[in-house]
Write a protein that binds this ligand. Structure first.
Ligand code: NAD
Length: 406
């Protein structure tokens, strides 16, 4: 009788996967039609988009598919932070099943980060792993959510608690789609751009700083091609960081987690009234001032970060922020990051280190940081509720009116 050795009872299981992020001028451009053809031809395809994107771009997207002879199945799904749940994932799965998407088929997510997170998770589950393409339509989508490897949904009071690593086949970034965003949605994307600039691209930080935010916002909202370089730089920096540890197996020390330790519990504590990018900005301000108070970051550099966030119109404080929330965030992060908090703390622009344990902060320091941020925020006359200024007043719909689409 053959008895296998211990070595023969093992299986090396890793996947090699490369995907490209390609930039296009619009849905009409011939190279975009070629992209669709290259990735969707001879496949059963389900497009998943959101009501706003459907209303703004539905006809153009259908025309782009039609120009290469394709007529995909279509699902318009309400994608908000509150509907970012397994129920939405199952709605996508049901639509894929109804559309008879086969094993070689693909889902296409066309929307913001919420849409791509839901579709990515659905694709990972369908037939145990289905291909998907992403066409992110928000700034957060184009520089962060849409170009990463993960999908996920909220569960109970935990953000992105259920999820997967499931990289897309390809991503199409079309910067002119950002013209129809609300000002606050652009600002949220800028928070993610400032984050990646802080850790990984000093030149990008300088570009955003020089543009004092407002100019960059105008370039984006006016569809000016001057916005392309900073967007491309942010994408490149993000991909570079992700490529170092794509499946988060080699380490839980990740530069891309800057701004993402307090942010998630803070968002959840407001029942997602506070939008993701604003929570990232607040976390980034906290991390920078903490770095200053710990003596890891020069005061003037910490203030450069805070000043930049403020100049862009991003919040640095929220009324739910207190010592208890910070402590809970640290503990939740440690559970997620193999025992250490691993909060990313800038030590210069382009350099950072990790706060590992709570006891690295002397007693009272967290309160001092919070006191500073609250005072500075009041001094700037900013809103602190997460909804009055950040979320409703400057809604996407408001900007549609601004450019005459409503
Ligand atoms: N998976 C990841 O790696 C990752 C990374 C970062 C963020 N995220 C997730 O992304 C989400 C935030 O993404 P978001 O900021 O794109 O939010 P979102 O998906 O909620 O979109 C924001 C708003 O923009 C509208 N919109 C989308 N495209 C538009 C367009 N072109 N014109 C006008 N309006 C448009 C949407 O209808 C929505 O109201 C969060 O849930 C966050 O957790 C995931």
């Amino acid at each position: 009788m053959w008895i296998p050795t211990q070595e023969q009872l093992s299986l090396r299981s890793s996947r090699d996967h490369i995907f490209n992020v390609a930039l296009f001028e619009g849905f009409h451009s011939s190279d975009f039609c070629e992209w669709i053809e290259a990735h969707a031809r001879n496949r059963t395809v389900l497009v998943v988009t959101t009501p706003t994107v459907e209303r703004l771009y539905g006809d153009e997207i259908r025309a782009a598919f039609a120009c290469v002879g394709l007529k995909p199945s279509w699902l318009v799904l309400n994608c908000t932070e509150r509907t970012k749940t397994m129920k939405s994932v199952l709605t996508v799965c049901r639509a894929a099943s109804d559309a008879e998407i086969d094993r070689r088929g693909a889902l296409v997510a066309i929307g913001g980060g919420v849409c791509s997170d839901i579709v990515t998770l659905a694709a990972s589950m369908l037939r145990r792993s289905l291909s998907h393409l992403r066409i992110p339509t928000t700034l957060i989508g184009q520089v962060d959510a849409g170009i990463g490897l993960k999908g996920g949904v909220n569960f109970g009071d935990a953000k992105n608690y259920l999820g997967c690593f499931h990289p897309p086949d390809a991503v199409a970034v079309i910067p002119p789609l950002l013209k129809t965003l609300g000002v606050d949605t652009v600002r949220q994307g800028l928070a993610e751009m400032i984050k990646v600039a802080c850790t990984s691209d000093t030149e990008l930080f300088r570009i955003i700083e020089e543009a004092r935010g407002g100019v960059l916002q105008s370039w984006i909202l006016d569809g000016d091609s001057l916005a392309h370089e900073p967007i491309q730089r942010a994408i490149a920096a993000m991909l570079e960081e992700l490529s170092k540890n794509p499946f988060e197996v080699t380490s839980h020390e990740r530069a891309v987690d800057l701004g993402h330790t307090i942010a998630h519990p803070l968002e959840a504590s407001t029942h997602y009234e506070l939008h993701h990018g604003f929570a990232v900005a607040i976390d980034l301000a906290f991390s920078s001032v903490l770095g200053w108070y710990l003596g890891w970051l020069r005061e003037e550099t910490a203030l450069r970060v805070v000043d930049l966030l403020v100049s862009v119109g991003l919040p640095i404080w929220h009324e739910h922020l207190n010592e208890d929330l910070v402590t809970r965030s640290f503990r939740a992060a440690a559970k997620h990051r193999s025992g250490d908090i691993n909060m990313v703390v800038p030590i210069d622009i382009g350099r950072y280190r990790f706060l590992k344990r709570e006891d690295q902060c002397p007693p009272g320091m967290i309160l001092e940081v919070l006191t500073y941020l609250r005072a500075r925020s009041w001094q700037e006359g900013m809103s602190h509720s997460g909804s009055a200024q950040y979320g409703r007043e400057l809604s996407a719909e408001g900007n549609l009116a601004r450019i005459g689409l409503q």
